[in-house]
Design a protein around this ligand. Structure first.
Ligand code: NAP
Length: 249
């Protein structure tokens, strides 16, 4: 079958595990050279790279913390210099720190916003420089159904993810004439390490709310991301696409 992203370079933040890993593997199957970013799980990132290479794809692992502006700028510049292009950025790295608002400390609030929202801003800004020059780019930001439904204990997380959606719509307008699209994929409950952190009783309660009656798979999120980064998806921008089994309509 024809590979639709042959020769393109894609950076997927936080792709050593979970949803990011599935996105990286799926982009590689379409022929993209994939940069597997992680912060600390070096071994896991190496396994992702080895798996992609084992299937005939191209990938490399690059560690940087998305919330560290200097590290992001250095890494993205280096990626561009080595490959001579940067076509796709998937801002997937993120994390939760669940706490009721009254108990949520300011440093915890800052930490959640820093990784999810500021990280998206920093990586986007660094990559956009090269995309603007090329008059081409595909940016997909990963938010969450939590930003639409709200979730007890997730005021910071939901605020950060809602922020990502506002950023996306505004940036989509800024760069639309340059053939750069900016979209959001908002997963529902997806079976990853993040879901594992939830207490069983909460998981059972959430499962009851999902019309499809099951958790999503990382591969099901990856499929939507791959659609959005296709050259053919050129007229889709500023959109938020849910992948949630009907949890939020
Ligand atoms: P996960 O399994 O916990 O994996 C998180 C990934 O992000 C890891 O590769 C981790 O690498 C990386 N990461 C975390 N902080 C980072 C940082 N500061 N800099 C660079 N990399 C960092 O998470 P997931 O469930 O796949 O979630 C992926 C995305 O989907 C997140 O944005 C999350 O908010 C969103 N989401 C998930 C769900 C769900 O149900 N799973 C639902 C809605 C939205 P290290 O291990 O090296 O830190």
């Amino acid at each position: 079958m024809k590979q639709t992203l042959l020769g393109q370079v894609a950076v997927v933040t936080g792709s050593s595990r979970g949803i990011g890993r599935a996105i990286a593997q799926r982009l590689a199957r379409e022929g993209a050279v994939v940069v597997v970013n992680y912060r600390q799980s070096q071994e896991a990132a190496k396994v992702v790279v080895d798996t992609i290479r084992g299937q005939g794809g191209q990938a490399e692992a690059v560690s940087f913390d998305v919330s560290d502006a200097q590290a992001v700028n250095h890494a993205i510049r280096d990626i561009f210099n080595r490959h001579g292009r940067l076509d796709i950025l998937v801002n997937n790295a993120g994390g939760t720190l669940d706490q009721l608002l009254l108990r949520l400390r300011e440093d915890e609030w800052e930490r959640v916003l820093r990784v999810n929202l500021t990280g998206t801003f920093l990586c986007t800004k660094a990559a956009l420089r090269w995309m603007l020059r090329a008059h081409y780019g595909r940016i997909v930001n990963i938010s969450s159904v939590a930003s639409h439904l709200g979730n007890v204990g997730q005021t910071a997380y939901a605020a950060a993810k809602a922020g990502i959606e506002g950023l996306t719509r505004s940036l989509a307008r800024e760069v639309a004439t340059r053939n750069i699209t900016v979209n959001v994929v908002a997963p529902g409950f997806i079976a990853t390490d993040m879901l594992e952190q939830l207490p069983d009783v909460l998981k059972q309660a959430y499962l009851q709310l999902i019309p499809m009656g099951r958790w999503g798979k990382p591969e099901e999120v990856a499929e939507v991301v791959v659609f959005l980064v296709q050259p053919a998806a050129a007229y889709v921008t500023g959109q938020v696409i849910g992948v949630n089994g009907g949890l939020y309509m």
